[in-house]
Design a protein around this ligand. Structure first.
Ligand code: FMN
Length: 331
């Protein structure tokens, strides 16, 4: 896969603790063209951290890095590093409402500081040639009018030069709701995002929030440039096997989930050799057989066995045997 690829048409959302390297490697076995986002990484972690927060494997491409910060200089430094490391895009998080993120004065609270966001985007764009994008909400707290959203997007586009926005189609409450509640309680407003696209036709606008099927994604794509799917793609990754064909129009074969599991073995063996536990990888695979007979047994067997010391791919073979009556013989 070329690392010059950059399409917002379909992407998997950045999700802390979920879309780590193992997860992205697994998702890539299911879909070749979907844009994968990292978890949010703070500039502080990248600049001062003891581990390499930019590590990923070539096989994950195309991969975009999501950054969390409101410091233009630090963001520029990290964007440059990201480009050097081969990321296809850098995205700024302007949507997370957690207290920790607010204490750092970034995430969703930055919606109230459009000029600062523009400065951040501009600082990154000055030093990289890969796209620099923004992921945001439709509003925060009482600042939830359509004008507030258009003022924000207009400022960040004009002053910062940002031409791509991913909009989580609900507002965030900055206090009183947990991040989880902030993904569920404020109502979704898809028409507002469609309106944004018609008022800013020159911008690339992707929608996020509550999309559960590829049919729904197709409906959004009639109005917008892209769809970002979060929780459903993680909890029901089997649907990703249809994405290349259904959303990218490729004449690609639909990956067989059993073959996908087995395609993970060389990767898993390499990770185990580096000291990982099987469960570090397989926790992302628990939902693969959703809707298929034996899915619960698969999930349970892996949950009970993959964290045991010494667990290896034979645990996966044993779990596969529980899924379907007729799975192909081991390749
Ligand atoms: C476990 C979890 C972690 C998340 N972490 C991030 C994050 O690091 N950065 C971000 O912009 N959004 C984060 N989100 C929000 C998602 O990117 C997405 O906007 C949200 O889940 C709505 O999309 P969905 O309804 O398709 O899940 C997270 C969501 C979940 C469930």
């Amino acid at each position: 896969m070329s690392n010059s690829f950059s399409s917002q048409r379909f992407s998997i959302a950045p999700m802390l603790d979920w879309t780590d390297q193992h997860c992205r490697y697994f998702h890539r076995q299911l879909t070749g063209d979907t844009l994968l986002y990292t978890e949010m990484v703070t500039t502080g972690a990248i600049i001062h951290g003891k581990v390499d927060y930019l590590a990923y494997s070539e096989a994950e491409h195309p991969v975009a890095l999501q950054l969390g910060s409101s410091d233009p200089a630090a963001l520029a430094q990290c964007a440059k590093l990201a480009e050097e490391r081969g990321y296809v895009e850098v995205n700024l998080n302007v949507g997370c409402p957690s207290d920790r993120v607010q204490n750092g004065r970034f995430g969703a609270c930055l919606m109230a500081k459009a000029l600062l966001v523009a400065e951040c985007i501009d600082a990154m764009r000055q030093v990289v040639s890969i796209p620099v994008t923004v992921k945001t909400r439709i509003g925060i707290d009482q600042q939830d009018s359509y004008k507030f959203l258009t003022d924000f997007v207009g400022t960040v586009a004009q002053r910062g030069g940002c031409d791509t926005f991913i909009i989580h189609a609900r507002k965030a409450w900055l206090s009183g709701l947990s991040p989880k509640e902030n993904r569920e309680i404020p109502p979704l407003d898809y028409p507002r995002v469609y309106q944004l696209k018609s008022d800013f036709p020159q911008l690339t606008i992707a929608i996020n929030g509550g999309v559960k099927t590829l049919e729904e994604a197709k409906v959004h794509l009639q109005h917008l440039d892209g769809v970002m799917m979060g929780r459903e793609s993680y909890q029901n990754p089997g649907l990703l096997a249809q994405v290349d064909r259904e959303l990218f129009g490729l004449d690609a074969p639909v990956a067989d989930p059993v073959a996908v599991v087995r395609s993970m073995y060389p990767y898993i063996e390499a990770e185990l050799a580096k000291g990982a536990y099987l469960g570090h990888v397989t926790r992302h695979m628990l939902g693969l057989f959703q809707g298929i007979r034996g899915a619960r047994q698969w999930r349970r067997y892996l949950s009970e066995n993959a964290h045991k010391p010494g667990a290896d791919v034979s645990v996966l073979e044993a779990a596969l045997a529980l899924v379907a009556d007729k799975i192909p013989q081991e390749a």
